[in-house]
Design a protein around this ligand. Structure first.
Ligand code: AMP
Length: 503
């Protein structure tokens, strides 16, 4: 038995504490024994149906059944591709075009033509026969891909980041050793499973016999309900983007008295501003706050720092922390040569949690990944510098942005925007506040149209764009111009527009 196999370690909880709760949503809860039984049953079915180790798409929301399916895939030897059910059909279609997969497990109605691929519906999955025999497939292990998460790509086609079993082991070993997490804690599960931040709650929780407590989008969007529900969740470990904490901080009831069980705030995915961290320290004096940094390509996060009063006092812009012990970060110049301390360059991550590359995308893989001194390396496109052994983030070197923690290539929006019927040409730029994107502004050359007012045109553009891109990629502000400004090389002058918007 491979002791370090993640799936065996999760199953182990079904032996030692079968009645411990692994997933709790309102009144409904599931134990580790149920998780093992359900995932064995689903795995058995996958093994019977599919004689290969190709990926399986798993489609749905923040539900227990999705977790069962992820584990079942791993038990049956398949990588899983999580797709959140809020994804527009066009985007789902693009993902299916990139991915070479064997089947779809759809917990909600599958939104596109499945071509010749079998779709296992909710009904199919809920009516599987019990599994009595031993599973005959080997769990996903070693360098085999465990999951594939799709992120925004500059050409408008999403890129699938392949994370292997051992990438995930490297990441979770660090999570379990460096953050003071304990057995049986309740973790906030707020990020969609198709976003790698969710991996920060799912696996640390399941590997420590903890419980996942989902917070659904519908509750988040209803402010009154949100603040009734949050204290009832009895959370210990808060995992979210700083932007979501900002939303919660708008309500004074979000504090350590109302939510006394919270011992940890784990942040990742975007800048943690000084003001967010200071407010949290005031409101939750007994909780520990961690800023972590990393891209999906290096398995969630690779640096961490606890934000103590000393760190707050000593830094106007908070550091992103120290590198996990099995990994090295080099700050490189444009020729790939490491720079000395305190010089700004590109953050290059080298180590065992770095992905093997993008699924079926040789070109983008070669651009971003390479072997450095015998180990897998990833060029992040992030600028940074070290002071002593602490890393400081200095923004992006390209046109990737983060909005509320969601990763967006501006070129991805441009591409889909220019396909909208009212649009001749378009370019999107970010408006910043405290180093964070507050708003996306679209500069548009419009086609002939019959709208009387610009806001009517903007509404029509937004509606069409919604069919093609995720909600968070839809610009909030629209500026209509006769022509887009060009640089001397004849390219759209995005930098000029960024200066104009932020001037
Ligand atoms: P994702 O792949 O969605 O996790 O996005 C990764 C990118 O988010 C990184 O390359 C950074 O640009 C940004 N990012 C992640 N964590 C942080 C952080 N703690 N502070 C600033 N930027 C961050």
């Amino acid at each position: 038995m491979r002791k370090n196999n993640l799936i065996e370690r999760i199953d182990h909880w079904a032996e030692v504490s079968p009645n411990a709760i692994c997933f709790k949503s309102g009144e409904m809860s599931h134990t580790y024994a149920e998780l093992k039984e359900a995932s064995d049953k689903a795995a058995q079915h996958l093994i019977r149906q599919f004689d290969n180790r190709l990926p399986v798409i798993v489609y749905g929301g923040l539900d227990y059944d999705m977790i069962v399916s992820f584990i079942a895939c791993a038990k049956a030897g398949h990588a899983y591709i999580p797709i959140d059910s809020h994804t527009p059909a066009d985007r789902v279609e693009l993902i299916t075009q990139v991915a070479d997969y064997t089947a779809i497990i759809a917990w909600e109605d599958w939104p596109v033509d499945s071509q010749d691929k079998p779709v296992l519906s909710r009904e199919d999955m809920l009516n599987l026969p019990p599994s009595k025999e031993e599973l005959t497939a080997e769990n996903v292990s070693g360098d085999e891909t465990f999951y594939i998460i799709f992120t925004s790509g500059t050409t408008g086609v999403p890129k699938g980041v392949q994370i292997s079993h051992d990438n995930l082991v490297s990441y979770t070993d660090w999570m379990l050793s460096d953050f003071g997490l304990e057995t049986g804690q309740a973790f906030l599960s707020q990020a969609p499973y198709s976003f790698d931040l969710s991996v920060m709650d799912v696996y640390p929780s399941l590997l420590t016999g903890g419980q996942l407590v989902p917070l659904h989008k519908a509750v988040i969007n209803d402010f009154k309900q949100l603040f009734t529900v949050l204290p009832e969740m009895n959370l210990n470990v808060w995992v979210s983007t700083p932007s979501f904490a900002d939303i919660c901080l708008m309500n004074p009831l979000f504090n350590g008295e109302a939510m006394a069980s919270i011992s940890h705030f784990l942040f990742c995915g975007e800048e943690l501003t000084h003001s967010t961290a200071s407010k949290l320290t005031e409101r939750f004096p007994n909780a520990r706050i961690f800023n972590t940094y990393g891209p999906t390509e290096a398995t969630v996060a690779v640096t961490e720092i606890e934000i103590t009063p000393e760190v707050l006092a000593g830094n106007e812009r908070l550091p992103i922390g120290r590198v996990k012990s099995d990994t090295t970060i080099h700050i490189m110049d444009e020729n790939g040569v490491p720079l000395p301390e305190e010089e700004v360059g590109e953050i290059v991550i080298v180590g065992p949690s770095v992905s093997k590359g993008y699924f079926n995308n040789e070109e983008k893989t070669t651009e971003a990944f390479y072997v450095y001194e015998g180990q897998q390396a990833y060029r992040t496109g992030d600028a940074g510098l070290f002071k002593e052994d602490v890393l400081y983030y200095q923004g992006r070197m390209d046109f990737q942005v983060k909005l509320h923690g969601y990763r967006i290539e501006l070129e991805d929006i441009d591409h889909h925007l220019s396909e909208v019927s009212y649009v001749k040409a378009a370019t999107v730029v970010p408006k910043y506040h405290e180093h964070k994107v507050q708003q996306l502004v679209a500069y548009i050359v419009a086609n002939e149209h019959d709208f009387e007012k610009p806001y009517q045109l903007s509404k029509a553009i937004k509606e069409e764009l919604k069919e093609r891109v995720m909600d968070y990629m839809i610009p909030q502000k629209y500026v209509y111009v006769d022509a887009l400004p060009l640089t001397q090389n004849g390219k759209v002058d995005r930098k000029g527009l960024i200066n104009e918007v932020n001037g």
